[in-house]
Design a protein around this ligand. Structure first.
Ligand SMILES: Nc1ncnc2c1ncn2[C@@H]1O[C@H](COP(=O)(O)OP(=O)(O)OP(=O)(O)O)[C@@H](O)[C@H]1O
Ligand SMILES: O=P(O)(O)OC[C@H]1O[C@H](OP(=O)(O)OP(=O)(O)O)[C@H](O)[C@@H]1O
Length: 213
């Protein structure tokens, strides 16, 4: 039997992903050793391998088959547009993708003005403004602290993740429009889904029993 390889997202989603896998008897506890510099972990008994990667890299590993299965935020799946099958909503990491700004920016959206939109997610922003809203905008790619953009005048609005809303509130910003709901998803390489169908289906069946969407 060959190894099935899992690519998991580092950061916010990691702990809940490992807890969910533990619930179905897939232990990857070695990965939780913060002092270790080891990158890949093996469960010999179940013939499974695990590694943690930066969010946007997870669908890349899965598309190329370097990982059979991945866990990614829906935001990353949409933004990266990789050829992977999204097979399960894992029900955690819930948040929303929103257009945010000062309240005064609301008319610029309703009047379809040519505005600047700062975001870490240029493809999601482009799809929303061009294909859903039919509004021409200038998209400015940033890499973090997106809420700064409307405060310092880089852009009129941002497209970013909102979870509790506290970052917006503390910076005098608000949600102006909702783009889509987000959560952690399981993705699978299309060839792996065919070649390892029984093993992958079994994992999915067991996971479904523990997932609350
Ligand atoms: N408040 C939140 N902010 C950002 N991502 C969130 C939030 N709540 C849930 N998520 C989910 O967690 C994933 C991000 O986790 P991660 O810790 O890697 O965040 P990041 O800030 O984008 O990463 P990095 O610190 O490497 O820039 C997102 O892809 C999203 O699906
Ligand atoms: O609604 P809230 O609960 O306040 O969460 C939303 C904030 O969290 C994320 O930022 P993150 O902490 O990942 O920082 P970054 O944008 O600099 O990556 C996101 O980009 C928002 O800024």
């Amino acid at each position: 039997m060959r190894y099935l390889t899992f690519a998991l997202t580092k950061g916010r989603l990691a702990k809940q992903t490992m807890e969910l896998l533990e619930k179905i008897g897939i232990s990857c506890e070695e990965m939780q050793d913060k002092d270790s510099r080891r990158l890949i972990f093996t469960n010999e008994e179940l013939k499974l391998r695990f590694f943690l990667a930066k969010g946007p890299d997870v669908p890349t590993y899965v598309e190329y088959g370097a990982a059979d299965i991945g866990v990614s935020g829906k935001d990353i799946i949409l933004e990266e547009g990789r050829k992977v099958h999204e097979v399960l909503d894992l029900g955690f990491g819930k948040c929303r993708m929103c257009v945010c700004g000062r309240s005064e920016a609301a008319p610029l959206l309703s009047h379809h003005e040519l505005i600047r939109v700062a975001t870490k997610y240029p493809n999601i922003a482009k799809d929303y403004f061009y294909n859903t809203k039919h509004q021409t905008v200038e998209i400015i790619k940033l890499n973090g602290s997106i809420e700064l953009a409307p405060i310092v005048g880089l852009s009129e609005v941002i497209v970013d993740i909102v979870e509790t809303g506290s970052t917006l509130k503390e910076n005098g910003l608000e949600v102006l429009e909702d783009v889509c709901p987000l959560s952690a998803r399981m993705i699978v390489n299309p060839v792996s889904l065919r070649m390892e169908n029984d093993r992958i289906r079994e994992i999915l069946t067991r996971l479904r029993a523990h997932v609350i969407v």
